[in-house]
Design a protein around this ligand. Structure first.
Ligand code: NI
Length: 253
């Protein structure tokens, strides 16, 4: 079930049997000359939507602009400041908690979100701690590539040159979801350099075409289908456990 394609009575009914919700969270940032700017939001969204159809849990709209200040020197990238993102996430969490959701699972597609997402959780928990009251909800974050079996699949598919940004793996996942989005471009060197960065100007100077350590020309729809299949299986197992969903609730409503 997708929250933005249901009505409020359907959500009320869902809350009667399950108080868990998955929020895909990503970023809107350049992904090299061939990767979609939405890659980091699309990857968790594609996996979550396929898993939700199979397992019958609820998926929120994608929080699709994250902390991407270091990509702002490339056209199209959008960022939230960490402080803005912490505030926005707390409003999403408080809204969902107010309806009775008790487990909120942030399914993340962008490494640059991890620190800020954790800070947002601390901010939310701090409100309850300072009141001296127990927090009624549990927050969890999980990066899609860290699900059991996913990195093994990616390493089998791309033993070298997968990289850390604009990776062949993540672009393959978007090709699985959007097969007609494939793009080509001349990229030199074949495998981009990798390393540390600070702000947007530093990032662009160090990684002129936007890639980090990757050869995205290896990406394929077929590879994406294998990665999504591995991720979906692991995600369903985690969600059933975290939401306390019985496996037989798998028949979607
Ligand atoms: Ni990415």
């Amino acid at each position: 079930m997708l929250l933005h394609q249901t009505s409020w009575p359907e959500i009320e009914t869902y809350l009667g049997r399950c108080q868990g919700i998955l929020v895909p969270i990503g970023s809107t940032e350049q992904h090299g000359p061939t990767g979609l700017i939405g890659t980091d939001a699309l990857c968790p969204e594609i996996i979550a939507h396929e898993a939700a159809i199979e397992a019958g849990f609820l998926v929120a709209p994608t929080f699709n602009v994250g902390m991407a200040q270091h990509h702002l020197a490339f056209p199209g990238s959008i960022t939230l400041r960490p402080s803005t993102m912490i505030a926005a996430l707390n409003d999403w969490i408080a809204s969902l908690a107010g309806h009775g959701f008790k487990q909120i699972y942030f399914f993340n597609g962008h490494g640059g979100n991890i620190t800020t997402l954790n800070a947002a959780f601390s901010e939310y928990y701090a409100t309850w701690s300072m009141r001296g009251e127990p927090c009624p909800i549990v927050l969890k974050q999980r990066n899609w590539w860290e699900l059991a079996g996913v990195m093994d699949t990616c390493r089998q598919l791309f033993p070298s040159g997968d990289g850390s940004h604009a990776t062949a793996s993540e672009i393959s996942v978007t090709l699985h979801g959007y097969p007609h989005s494939a793009k080509t471009a001349a990229m030199s060197p074949r495998i981009a350099a990798d390393g540390p960065f600070t702000d947007a100007a530093d990032f662009r100077a160090s990684f002129p075409d936007g890639r980090c350590g990757s050869d995205p020309a290896m990406a394929s729809r077929e590879a994406g289908t294998r990665i999504v299949r591995a991720a979906k299986t692991a995600l369903i197992g985690e969600i059933q456990n975290f939401f306390d969903l019985p496996p037989k609730a798998q028949a979607a409503e």
